[in-house]
Write a protein of this length. Structure first.
Length: 369
């Protein structure tokens, strides 16, 4: 690939996802908010052996838009007895659009193929005072339905290497404290933690010492989460199949504690990107093999927009011709692949079909139909 395969705008994952940011409300009023993503931009190209593959998709943190009041017309998720179903958070831009456009000819497709699917909930701001209550609001709502939430802590210092999604905690000591407070909201039920997208694959901007310190904090975060809730399943950043070679990524993951069952349940790949599930499965298995650790370690893959694979021209910003991929599920039928997840919500712009993070009904319809 002749593109930035070993660099990514750190929030490439966060782009336009449901996110639970603090808006200054008291900690007992912790309803997660829907957010818009910030602008995306690619980093300088780094030559790699493959000539045609696409650059990694940037992740984006987001500006806040007020969460809508629940509407009587909005469908409420039905409680289920089994815990093998993923949680759909009831507030998102796509749900807002579906509710506001009952007569739109695109509505049924968007509702049934995107809005009704479960997606990750992002915590992309560094606000210690309310983080416990905000995480708990998600995990408790999911537990009440017998479902499994997917939460994304996203506040690592030097996030995005100073790029478009810069931000996060001021230093690692503050980050460790934020992680402790985050863990206190995880509850006692099943929960999937997608820990700090791009924090490992995109760490080349750090000095060797800074990398070591970051990786130590990530390993600690996994231990804290699993100590707070033994049912928490924590996954570490493995980039995607067209980024770092598997051996290099495994070495970085090992330094961050991803091989230790005390910290980790495995790795995640393809967040906010387009690479085919088959390629990600093969890549994830290569990384896991190189990583070592117990055979219980697995992988989760973001399948939200990979139905047609990545564009051959390397386009990453709302590329045309893409399709949604496999629906989110905890039953993949694939060895060592624990789940297909929607970490990026289809229809929310990378910044070319609209304001970054804004919902585009036409883009969603093209992805879903």
């Amino acid at each position: 690939m002749v593109a930035a395969a070993s660099v990514v705008v750190a929030v490439g994952t966060v782009t336009g996802m449901v996110s639970a940011l603090d808006d200054g409300r008291p900690s007992d009023d912790a309803k997660p908010l829907v957010t818009h993503s910030t602008s995306l931009r690619p980093l300088p190209a780094v030559p790699t052996p493959s000539p045609t593959s696409a650059p990694p998709s940037p992740s984006k943190s987001a500006s806040v838009k007020p969460s809508p009041k629940p509407s009587a017309s909005r469908k409420k998720p039905q409680a289920v007895a089994a815990s093998a179903l993923l949680y759909r958070h009831p507030d998102s831009q796509v749900l807002d659009w579906v509710e506001a456009h009952p007569g739109d000819v695109r509505r049924d497709v968007i509702e049934s193929r995107i809005a009704d699917r479960p997606a990750a909930v992002w915590f992309a701001d560094f606000t210690r005072a309310t983080i416990t209550a905000r995480v708990r609001a998600v995990t408790s709502a999911a537990a009440a339905q017998g479902r499994v939430p997917v939460v994304v802590p996203y506040a690592i210092p030097q996030r995005d290497c100073g790029g478009a999604s810069e931000g996060g905690a001021p230093d690692l000591a503050a980050y460790d404290d934020w992680i402790d407070n985050f863990a206190a909201g995880l509850g006692s039920g099943e929960v999937i933690v997608v820990l700090e997208p791009d924090s490992i694959a995109q760490s080349d901007c750090l000095t060797e010492g800074q990398q070591a310190d970051r990786f130590a904090s990530l390993a600690r975060a996994g231990r804290v989460f699993k100590g707070a809730n033994p049912k928490a399943r924590v996954y570490y950043d493995a980039g995607h199949s067209d980024w770092n070679p598997a051996a290099k990524q495994a070495s970085l993951l090992d330094q961050a504690g991803a091989a230790s069952p005390a910290s980790s349940d495995g790795i995640f790949t393809n967040v906010s990107n387009f690479h085919r599930t088959s390629a990600e499965i093969a890549y994830a298995r290569r990384v896991l093999s190189a990583l070592g650790g117990p055979p219980s370690l697995g992988a989760v893959i973001d399948t939200s927009r990979n139905g047609n694979g990545a564009p051959a021209d390397g386009e990453w910003c709302d590329p045309g011709g893409r399709k949604i991929g496999q629906a989110p599920t905890l039953k993949t039928g694939q060895a060592r692949i624990d789940a297909y997840l929607w970490v990026k919500l289809p229809g929310e712009s990378d910044g070319c079909n609209g304001t970054p993070g804004s919902f585009s009904a036409e883009y969603a319809y093209e992805l879903a139909r």
